[in-house]
Design a protein around this ligand. Structure first.
Ligand SMILES: [Zn+2]
Length: 165
């Protein structure tokens, strides 16, 4: 039985090297006051506990290790999402538009782009979409010419097609 700050513990007292001016020191940093547990005895201080969980201090501010920070910078572009939440509202992420204007039409409606103050993006998206459609049509045409060539053994139509590209 041992008494500390008015509370009785079934264990203790702690070893003398953890006692300084009547204060029980954290066994980890030996600077702050330890956390005392009725069952487990002397435990690390709140700061050390938080640090062992990956936080900076007892306020539990998120601490991001350097190597993860570097990785996030390196792959930042991959993390940029098409939408952001601002004041509880889902909005067009201008950073995403800057990085991937060609993808805008896949993620945003024209109404959304208008609301985001990006009227030019609507026209641009229309062009990209039309382009993709034309491209798809060209590929389909090429495929059908290839099938024809395989069936007939006559390459002239494929050659004509490729020459016109
Ligand atoms: Zn500590």
């Amino acid at each position: 039985m041992w008494k500390y700050k008015g509370i009785s513990y079934t264990w203790g007292p702690p070893s003398p090297d953890l006692l300084k001016d009547g204060i029980v020191l954290c066994p980890k940093c030996k600077k702050s006051e330890a956390t005392l547990d009725k069952m487990y005895g002397v435990m690390p201080c709140e700061d050390c506990k938080a640090r062992s969980e990956g936080y900076t201090d007892r306020k539990r501010t998120q601490h991001t290790p350097e190597y993860i920070k570097r990785q996030q910078e390196k792959y930042h572009d991959d993390f940029v999402q098409p939408h952001i939440v601002e004041n509880g509202k889902v909005k067009v992420n201008p950073e995403f538009v800057k990085l991937y204007p060609d993808k805008a039409h896949m993620y945003y409606t024209h109404e959304e782009m208008k609301r985001a103050g990006m009227p030019k993006l609507i026209d641009y998206s229309k062009k990209v979409k039309a382009n993709e459609k034309a491209q798809k049509e060209r590929i389909d045409e090429f495929k059908s010419k290839m099938i024809e060539y395989k069936q007939t053994g006559d390459p002239t139509k494929v050659e004509d097609f490729l020459r016109k590209l």
